[in-house]
Write a protein that binds this ligand. Structure first.
Ligand code: SF4
Ligand code: SF4
Ligand code: FES
Length: 280
């Protein structure tokens, strides 16, 4: 099919353009073709109308997690959202993720997430068995396997109301890191006890299991039911069951080393789109 024939139908993109100081929506018309995704349309806008339009992407295959944005108000990957998903003739609105500070146009500063990641102590396995091997039950492997599909797109962080609406960046790690913590806590070989940290620093109590994060995850990870709820139960058992609490005080868990609670809360440093909208 020729390029002209491919682009016989038109679509209007309403894209937010601006930076941390402010911005506005601008409309662009592009041709459409079968199989086109929103990232293709953004690239056509760059090629035909606005070469300075900023968008972050890398794989165009739903693997790198770079192209996260909001399309008609819903957090989505630009490269995995087909244009045919939307009503023909209706403008498609594309905005940057609202929870993170704006860099330019559709690009946000997600470095806050990497600062949170750094604070979580890494996997530390127990010594190998006498024959030099580690042994695990298949059921334990299967349980955490789905969490390892995470592509770090941070769409779950974007949609979580604790971060998005209540700005608890300094006290709640967010759903992406709750499943990271679940991966570690449920790992049968790991020796580090991160539950005091989950309770005191990473704010697991803030999650009120609305499941919005699960709904937007492009990897279909059951973040809330399989990750956060079991973690909440483990933390509640350790700290609010009086018998378990007493046992923990008298004798900390044999295979998990207790960690001190660290100071230095997690800070968001620059202006988010939400703050910018509020000031406008
Ligand atoms: S379930 Fe918890 S982590 Fe997920 S969006 Fe709701 S409050 Fe946030
Ligand atoms: S859990 Fe899902 S939505 Fe959250 S960062 Fe990972 S892949 Fe993205
Ligand atoms: S460009 Fe890699 S996930 Fe979209």
């Amino acid at each position: 099919m020729s390029d002209e024939a491919k682009k016989s139908d038109k679509a209007t993109l309403r894209i937010w353009r601006g930076n941390a100081e402010g911005g506005e929506f601008k409309e662009y018309e592009v041709g459409t073709y079968p199989g086109m995704v929103v990232l293709d349309a953004i690239h056509d806008v760059q090629a035909e109308h606005a070469p300075d339009l900023a968008v972050r992407w890398n794989c165009k295959a739903g693997r790198c997690g770079s192209c996260s944005a909001e399309i008609n108000g819903k957090p989505r990957l630009l490269c995995m959202t087909r244009m045919s998903h939307f009503e023909p003739g209706q403008p498609i609105t594309v905005t940057p993720m609202k929870t993170f500070p704006i860099v330019k146009d559709l690009v946000t500063d997600v470095s806050h997430n990497f600062r949170v990641a750094k604070r979580i102590p890494p996997f530390k396995p127990r010594p190998r068995d006498a024959d030099g091997h580690w042994r695990m039950q298949q059921i334990d492997i299967d349980r955490i396997q789905e969490f390892r599909k995470c592509i770090e797109c941070f769409l779950c962080q974007d949609v979580c109301h604790v971060l998005r609406d209540h700005d608890k960046h300094d006290s709640f790690a967010g759903p992406r890191f709750m499943i990271h913590l679940a991966t570690l806590d449920m790992h049968p070989l790991d020796t580090v006890d991160r539950r005091p940290m989950m309770k005191e620093e990473l704010g697991i109590g803030y999650c009120n299991i609305t499941r919005c994060c699960t709904e937007v995850c492009p990897e279909h990870i059951t973040i809330t039911d399989n990750g956060i709820i079991p973690l909440k139960e483990r933390v509640a058992d350790d700290f609010f069951d009086p018998v378990r609490w007493l046992m923990r005080k008298i004798s900390p868990p044999a295979n998990k080393k207790s960690l001190p609670v660290l100071p230095d809360p997690i800070k968001a440093t620059t202006k988010t789109k939400k703050k910018q909208d509020a000031e406008a």
